[in-house]
Structures are given as C-alpha cells and as structure tokens.
Design a protein around this ligand. Structure first.
Ligand SMILES: Nc1ncnc2c1ncn2[C@@H]1O[C@H](COP(=O)(O)OP(=O)(O)OP(=O)(O)O)[C@@H](O)[C@H]1O
Length: 450
C-alpha cells in the first residue's frame, strides 16, 4: 500500500513516525526500512504539475501468519523540508545499532524451484538497497561449492551472513563456520561433552529451498520478503543446535531433524533410483508409505534426560529396543510444546530455546493404517501422535544409538543402510552403525525478531 502525505503533517517522535491526528500512518522507528528523496522531475512542464521533491519512506507492515510486507509512504513538500525529515529519520535509524550495514550473501541457484538468483535480484536486493546494506554476493556453481566459498570467506569483514537456499545449504554453511570457530580457539570439538563456542556472526536464511524448515521456525513462514525484512531489522536470537557424532568425530550439525530407519531407507532408494529422475521424490515416498513393509531394526539407546543438570552430564545405561521402524529426533521440544490444533512453529522454537531439550521419537512395528496415521501426524506436527501405542517419545538433551547387527548384515544393502543417517534431509555416513546426538545451547545466532 502507498500513502501520500504532506511533509508538515508527518511528525517524527522519539520512537515513532506519525501522521498528525490520523492512525493511517503510525510507524515504529525500528520498522522503518529506509528513506530516500526521489529525483526531481526534469523539464518546466512536469515541474509545474509535480509537488517535488518527494521523500519516499519504506517501512515494515506486520500482517497475519507472521507475514511481513514492505510498504511505502510518499511525502510531498519542499526540497528543504523533505531533506530535513530524511536527515532526522536517518539519524534515528543510525541509532539502531544492530542493523547490518554489510552482509555476505551466499546463493544456491539450484535449490527448490531454482529461482534464488531471481529472488535475490527482484525481491531481496532492492530491500537491502533501501536499507543501505552493502552486499558481497557469492553464488555456488556446483554441489558442496558453498562449503569452499564459506571456508575461504573472512566473516570478520561483514556484520552477518545471508543464505539464499534451503536447509541443505544452511547446513553446509553452518557445518563449516561452527567447526572453524572451534578450531580458532583450539577446542576438542570431536568430544560430545565439549562445550562449543557460539558462532559470533549472525545468520539469516532467505527460504529458496524445498523444505525450508529452519526458515519456517525463525520467521513463521516461507516468505522471502518476510525473511529479508527480519535481516534488515538486525534483531537476533541464539538457537540451540544439535551436533551428531560418529566414529569419534563430530560429523554434522542439525537444525531440524535427525532420522534413522524409515527416512534413511527412502533416502537410500532415492539415491539408487536416479533413472526415475525427479518423479522419484514422489514415487519412492508413496511406495514406502503405502505399499512397502517397513524394515525393522533393533537399537541400544542411551539418553541424556532433559531434567538432568548440565554438570551431571552422563548418559543413561543403554537399553535395548527391538523392532523399531524409525528413530528420529526433532530439533524442537515438540513433545512438550506443540498443540493439537494449529502448530505454531515460532512459538515452539521460542519455548525450545528456553527449555534446552528436544524430542526423540521411536516408532515401533505397527499395522499399515496406524503407520500411515503416525507418518501424517509427524509431517503435520500433530501432538496426538504421542497417544499412539507404537510411539515412544522422550524429552532429551542428547542420546546415543547403536544399531544392533542384523542377521542379514552380510547383505551389502543392509550393511550400507545400517550406516546411513538422515540429517536435515542430507546424507551422513555413520561409522560402525553408532552415533551420538548432543544439544548445544545458544550456539548459532540467527536474524529473527522472534
Ligand atoms: N550450483 C549448484 N549446482 C548443483 N548443486 C548445488 C549447487 N549449489 C548448491 N548445490 C547443492 O544443492 C543441494 C540442495 O540445496 P538446498 O538445501 O539449498 O535446496 P533444497 O534441497 O531444494 O531445499 P531443502 O533442503 O530446504 O529441502 C545442496 O546439497 C548443495 O550442495
């Protein structure tokens, strides 16, 4: 929406920009994106009919479902008055110390609908320009190229990093930045009990991937403009991040889920059935959900309970659990915080930050209908999944898993599936069918106002 107002009726107060006596324009200064004077129209004729110059003020409007939009107020008045108002607004914006002035932007052009470059040039960059943010843009040219780009990037020259991509791109960036931060201070980060050093540089994610789970939790939706506006305001929050260890090493971080069993079996098939091209992303899940008998496996599971204090940092004795079809943890405290009706991901992640625990779910063998119902409830984060007999939920700070050998282990297929873990939709190869997951509190600072 565009409002046109007279410069004299626009009043700049301590914290707000207001239109005198009217509520159509009442903007919190922290929601102002930026302002600029428009060009004076050339020529005598246009000069006569134009009340020039105009000051254009862009600001954030916060709508339903966490959706933010960029709106415009056009201010008419004399050159001097408009310039004076512009100076005053800029002075106020200058006091918003956390606002980024220089950002490193990393773009995965092929994630999701393959439109990240267009999204950046059409939707994101124009807003960053209004907010006077300078951007250093880096585009990945091949799989895993983001890792090389970020590894050789000196983040001390920028106020923050912004990624245009999905959860896989975010994971690539986090894995290399967080490990780098530990190396810099010489921490023995491969030890699960090592307290990791938080990443200093804030990260924003503009959701141009497929799943975009992290963006949904940070911004409440997958809207690219909303995400860009959160970055502009410069407000940040620290999120807990899970680390996955196997074979005595930290193998990956995770911001969404870590799954073994049903999900890794699908991943295995998707990697093999490439002849199906993109249809395999539909065909294989449908086949696995509705037709295939789920593979069952046994595990030895140790857990670090949610209520345990940090100094009593020891895992429980390993307990054998037989005939599981899936073992998965979610980065959020879904067990305690989700509601039956509408799932509010923002609310759930805010509470998770405070509680410091996350949810681990074991799904036991069950009938097809029950299995389908569990799967749908998991996808929609419906809390009635916890009422199912086949589901064992735990609130944990960490856990350790040993996949117990199966009779058919000499079968190469089963052996490689045994060592496959799905971390945020990305493949992680385990050593000896064992892994451990630990929650690291407040490890990564994300741009988000929530
Ligand atoms: N230029 C490129 N060409 C081919 N692959 C790339 C390129 N840049 C990055 N990749 C790869 O794209 C993969 C997927 O990226 P991303 O996670 O951003 O999208 P997505 O899988 O569609 O989304 P989500 O993970 O949210 O479901 C990553 O494994 C990354 O290594």
């Amino acid at each position: 929406m565009v409002y046109t107002v007279d410069v004299e009726s626009l009043i700049l107060e301590e914290e707000r920009l207001k239109l005198s006596n009217k509520s159509i324009c009442d903007i919190n200064i922290s929601d102002v994106i930026g302002c600029h004077l428009t060009e004076e129209p050339a020529g005598l004729l246009s000069g006569l009919f134009w009340s020039s110059p105009n000051l254009v003020v862009r600001y954030i409007s916060k709508g339903k479902n966490y959706k933010w939009t960029a709106e415009t107020v056009q201010v008419t008045g004399s050159k001097e008055e408009c310039e004076a108002l512009q100076d005053k607004i800029n002075e106020k914006l200058g006091q918003e110390k956390n606002r980024p002035k220089r950002l490193a932007v990393f773009i995965n052009p092929v994630g999701g609908r393959r439109n990240a470059l267009k999204t950046y040039s059409d939707a994101v960059h124009p807003l960053f320009k209004v907010a006077n943010i300078n951007c250093d843009v880096n585009v990945s040219e091949r799989p895993k190229h983001l890792i090389d780009l970020v590894n050789s990037y000196d983040t001390s020259n920028v106020d923050g990093l912004v990624i245009l991509g999905g959860d896989g791109s975010l994971l690539e960036v986090l894995n290399c930045l967080v490990i780098r931060a530990q190396k810099e201070v010489g921490l023995d980060y491969d030890q699960p009990t090592c307290k990791l050093k938080p990443l200093e540089v804030p990260i924003g994610i503009i959701p141009t991937g497929t799943g975009n789970g992290t963006a949904k939790c940070l911004y409440g939706n997958m809207d690219v403009v909303t995400a860009a506006l959160h970055v502009i305001t410069g407000k940040t929050n620290h999120n807990n991040i899970q680390a996955v260890y196997s074979g005595g090493e930290l193998v990956s971080f995770s911001t969404i889920f870590i799954a073994y069993g049903f999900f890794t079996d699908m991943m295995y098939e998707m990697e093999r059935q490439t002849w199906l091209e993109r249809t395999r992303f539909l065909v294989i899940p449908l086949y696995n959900i509705f037709l295939k008998k789920p593979r069952l496996f046994n595990v030895k599971l140790s857990i670090l309970k949610g209520k345990q204090s940090d100094d009593k940092d020891s895992m429980s004795e390993g307990k054998e659990i037989a005939e599981l079809s899936s073992l998965m943890s979610l980065s959020s405290d879904f067990f305690n915080n989700a509601s039956n009706s509408k799932v509010d991901l923002v609310d759930m992640s805010q509470k998770t930050r405070k509680s410091g625990v996350f949810t681990l779910l074991g799904l036991k063998e069950t009938g097809r209908l029950q299995f389908i119902s569990c799967f749908l409830q998991l996808l929609t984060l419906n809390r009635s999944i916890f009422q199912k007999d086949c589901v064992s939920p735990y609130s944990v700070k960490g856990y350790r898993v040993k996949i117990l050998s199966q009779q058919s282990d000499n079968d190469a297929r089963v052996a490689s599936i045994n060592n496959l873990l799905d971390v945020d939709g990305e493949r992680v190869d385990l050593v000896g069918g064992e892994y451990e997951v630990r929650n690291h509190l407040r490890l990564v600072k994300f741009y988000t106002s929530y």
